[in-house]
Structure formats: structure tokens, C-alpha cells
Design a protein around this ligand. Structure first.
Ligand code: GDP
Ligand code: GDP
Length: 438
């Protein structure tokens, strides 16, 4: 099931980012940061009482303005609000209730989502200050007193949010549907691809500011297979402002990755690899999703016999952090090689869910350690006693060793490659977990 989403909303400077960072704490990323990947800290996991939710920092809303940057923030906030299961509205004890707070409260109430009011900057220990009660005027029920700087009250805040979340809600689709996120920068061709897949020119709903909009998934259930293509192009208006909303489209991609089994990472053949591609692909990698790198607009590239191979070489460097991902050069416009895409999606999805028996794994281990001896340090040699697969999606292997610090990254990488050579695991990341024994 995709994780419930809590959006942190409020006007600028009330302390949203501070709260966000406090709530995600040390779980900034579950996996180590992937080298070479840029990231946006606007969307992260938060664990509380053994359950995980996703937190979104909306970057602030200032309702009445024509300023372009603020208008962009509002779009991002709107997306967060539409997608959220619960909204935390943050206000500032020091400034008291402002007119903007009232506007935001009204706007949030219209969304119909549960709202938890967080009065931030309640730093002083002991009883609640008199000013606190003023926030009842927002009509959002009992406020929760929090100091994001000190961390006071954050537990109460999350308790209150969790009251509104159904952690046992059913799956949206039957389990044999493969959920596919088509992700990439604005204008790379996501909607064109989805339209081609859907076989008709779907109506693209334009967004009138403030109207709620549900993203529409494209469901395929025919001879091609059973797929759900998750909408990421979503709301769009062909104006310059919207096309520049890079951060906003990154957030959209992140959310789609979370709901997906397979990520189709789209690169524009005419533009090549960019930093934003690295952010999006890096997130898919860290979340352990199966991935395919699709180079779109291949029809528009002037080619000779070597072009594709040269392109591939360049992309192999750009995507060196996920060298397991296969490439596919296609054209969303003409439909060239689209048939191949369905097949690849099925393959990488299966590989992501692969289970390897402990017996077979340890055969590979025995062979690999005999071929290249494990590293030593100060006369002590690494011993890997045993290896077993702990989970799937992505395949995660636990290695029991005599001394964890001897199990260097390079040897882990070597073992991973040996496993891949034997079992394939195309298109999926794998994880190695090291456990020290005696
Ligand atoms: P945002 O614009 O809503 O994301 O606000 P920030 O998180 O950037 O915080 C704005 C300012 O308020 C910064 O100077 C923070 O240090 C400060 N701040 C945030 N939380 C607290 C708090 O709990 N207590 C105090 N005293 N200051 C805070
Ligand atoms: P999105 O923002 O990622 O959804 O991108 P769109 O699907 O709206 O495509 C952006 C622009 O790229 C449009 O003008 C498309 O016609 C064009 N485009 C998309 N796919 C292709 C393709 O395969 N070849 C060519 N030549 N143009 C394409």
C-alpha cells in the first residue's frame, strides 16, 4: 500500500521547514545518500509508533498575490493538499493570528481534508501562554502546542494526525496490476506517452487555481498485460510559468514513485541528462523501485549507425548509480518501440520481486569468495558465514560476517555483481545488509 501523506502547510516563516526536519529526524533517507544524486528535502518519510507516513513540506502559501514565485508555491501547496490524508496547518505563536492565517484556514477547510492546527514556537516549558488560546478563532478545533526548535509537542502533533489516518485501507488495484510511474521533467513527453498508450487523445484537464483535481490513472487490461499508468503530467496549462515549475514537478514525480512498482524514467533525447533527471532517478533508486530509462523523442534525433551506442555510453556514465537499469530509445509521438516497453516493464517488475533460495545464494557466495578472497585488515580476514534473502521489492540480502567493518563497499559491489551475473536482476536495485556475528 502506498504510504499515507501528511502535508505541512502555512504561510512563510511560521516554521514549516524546521518542523518538517524535526519530524523526519534522522530518517532523512532510509538508505545512504546515493553519490552523484541531487536531492530536494521537501518530501520524506516520518516514522512514529512503528508506522511510516510521508511528509510534504509545501514551501509556504500566501493566498493573495500575483507574484510568480508565490504562485508557484501555491501550486505546490495545492498538490500537497490534494494528495494529503491529513494536513498540518502551522501558525506562529509569536505573531499571533494573522489575516493570511484566516485565508489559509478557509482554503484548507474547503479541501474537506482533516486538519491539525499546530501552534509553533511554543518554546517556553510549563503551561500554555495566554496568546495560545487566540488560535481557537481559526475554527480548526484544538490547537497543538509545538516547539519545532526544541521538539516539544511533536509527539502530540503526530498522535493527532494519526487519529485521522486509516493505515489498513485497501489497495486501489488488484495485486496483479503493475503500477507504472512515468516520470521526468516537464515537456519530456510523459503525457504524449500516456496518450499513445491509452490510444486516444485524452482530455487534458486544465487547472483553475484552487479547484481540486484528482489525478487520473490510465488502466490497461488487454493483450498487452495489466498495467496502471500513474498520472504525473496531471494538471497543466501551457503557459511559461507552469512549465518552469521544476520543484513542483519533482514533488509530483516523487509521489508517483511511491505508488509505483516500476518507474519509467524519461529523458529527452534532444536535451540529454540534466540535474532534475538525477533527482528523480535517484529517488526511484533509493526507494528500491524497478526502473527503465526511456530516451524519448528518438524520432527527432539525426542518426547514423553509431548514434544509439554513443548515446548509451554517455547515459551509462550519467546513470552510473543505477547501472542495472536498461535503456529503451523510443518515440512517444510515433509509437516506435512502444511494444518493447510493455515487455520490459513486465520483466523488471518480476526481477524486482525475485526470490532466490538460500541454497543457491550460498553456492554463489562460495564460488565468489573462492575466486576473489575477501579483504583483510591488520591480519584479520573478512569471513562471510552465510547469506540469505530477507525481502523483495527490492531484493535485499543479509550477510552474516565476522567483522562488519571489513566488508568494504568494493567487496559488497563485487558480490552484488556475482549475484547479478547468476540471477539477472535486470532493472532492479538490490540491497545488502551486513550483520556481525561473534
Ligand atoms: P517556513 O518558512 O515556514 O518554512 O519557516 P522556517 O522553518 O524557515 O522558520 C522560520 C524562522 O522561524 C526560522 O528563523 C526558524 O529558526 C524559526 N523557528 C522555527 N521553529 C521555531 C520554534 O519552534 N521556535 C522558535 N523560537 N523559532 C522557530
Ligand atoms: P510532458 O510535459 O512530459 O507531459 O510532455 P508532453 O507530452 O506534453 O510533450 C511535450 C512536447 O514534446 C510536446 O510538444 C510533444 O509534442 C513533444 N513530444 C513528446 N514526445 C515526443 C516524441 O517522441 N518526439 C517528438 N519529436 N516530440 C515529442
Amino acid at each position: 500500500m502506498s504510504k499515507p501523506i501528511i502535508a505541512v502547510v502555512g504561510r512563510p516563516n511560521v516554521g514549516k521547514s524546521t518542523l518538517f526536519n524535526k519530524l523526519i529526524g534522522k530518517r532523512l533517507s532510509i538508505v545512504e545518500d546515493t553519490p552523484g544524486v541531487t536531492r530536494d528535502r521537501i518530501y520524506a518519510e516520518c516514522e512514529w509508533l512503528g508506522k511510516t507516513v510521508m511528509l510534504v513540506d509545501t514551501g509556504g502559501i500566501e493566498p493573495k498575490t500575483d507574484d510568480i514565485i508565490l504562485a508557484q508555491m501555491r501550486r505546490q501547496a495545492q498538490l500537497a493538499i490534494d494528495s494529503a490524508d491529513v494536513i498540518i496547518m502551522v501558525v506562529d505563536l509569536k505573531t499571533g493570528v494573522t489575516a493570511t492565517d484566516h485565508d489559509i484556514a478557509l482554503m484548507l477547510q474547503k479541501s474537506g481534508k482533516p486538519i491539525v492546527l499546530c501552534v509553533n514556537k511554543c518554546d517556553a516549558p510549563g503551561g500554555l501562554p495566554a496568546d495560545f488560546y487566540e488560535f481557537y478563532n481559526l475554527g480548526l478545533g484544538d490547537p497543538v502546542a509545538v516547539s519545532s526548535v526544541h521538539g516539544h509537542g511533536t509527539g502530540d502533533l503526530l498522535d493527532e494526525c494519526y487519529r485521522h489516518i486509516d493505515f489498513d485501507r485497501p489497495e486501489e488495484y488488484e495485486p496483479d496490476f503493475i503500477k507504472v510511474a512515468v516520470i521526468g521533467k516537464p515537456n519530456v513527453g510523459k503525457s504524449s506517452l500516456i496518450n499513445k498508450i491509452a490510444g486516444e487523445d485524452r482530455v487534458i484537464v486544465s487547472d483553475i487555481a484552487g479547484t481540486t483535481r484528482d489525478s487520473t490513472d490510465t488502466v490497461i487490461d488487454d493483450e498487452r498485460g495489466r498495467f496502471v499508468f500513474i498520472d504525473t503530467a496531471g494538471i497543466r496549462r501551457k503557459s511559461r510559468v507552469d512549465e518552469n515549475i521544476e520543484r513542483y514537478s519533482v514533488l509530483r514525480s516523487y509521489m508517483a514513485v511511491d505508488r509505483s512498482d516500476v518507474c519509467v524514467i524519461m529523458i529527452d533525447a534532444l536535451e540529454g541528462f540534466t540535474e532534475q533527471d538525477s533527482k528523480i532517478a535517484g529517488y526511484a533508486h533509493e526507494q528500491g523501485k524497478a526502473s527503465i530509462i526511456v530516451v524519448n523523442k528518438w524520432d527527432a534525433v539525426e542518426k547514423d549507425g553509431k548514434t544509439m551506442r554513443e548515446y548509451e555510453k554517455k547515459l551509462e556514465q550519467d546513470f552510473s548509480f543505477m547501472s542495472y537499469a536498461p535503456f529503451l530509445f523510443l518515440s512517444a509521438k510515433t509509437g516506435q518501440r512502444l511494444e518493447k516497453l510493455y515487455e520490459m516493464i513486465r520483466v523488471v517488475n518480476e526481477q524486482n520481486a525475485m526470490r532466490i533460495s538460500t541454497g543457491k545464494l550460498n553456492d554463489v557466495l562460495a564460488y565468489a569468495t573462492a575466486r576473489v578472497q575477501p579483504p583483510t585488515d591488520k591480519g584479520k580476514r573478512l569471513k562471510i558465514y552465510y547469506m540469505t534473502q530477507a525481502s523483495t521489492r527490492p531484493p535485499t540480502f543479509v550477510c552474516f560476517v565476522n567483522k562488519a567493518e571489513l566488508f568494504h563497499f568494493s567487496y559488497q559491489r563485487y558480490l552484488e555483481n556475482q549475484i547479478r551475473e547468476t540471477f539477472g536482476l535486470t532493472g532492479t536495485p538490490v540491497r545488502m545488509v551486513v550483520r556481525q556475528r561473534g
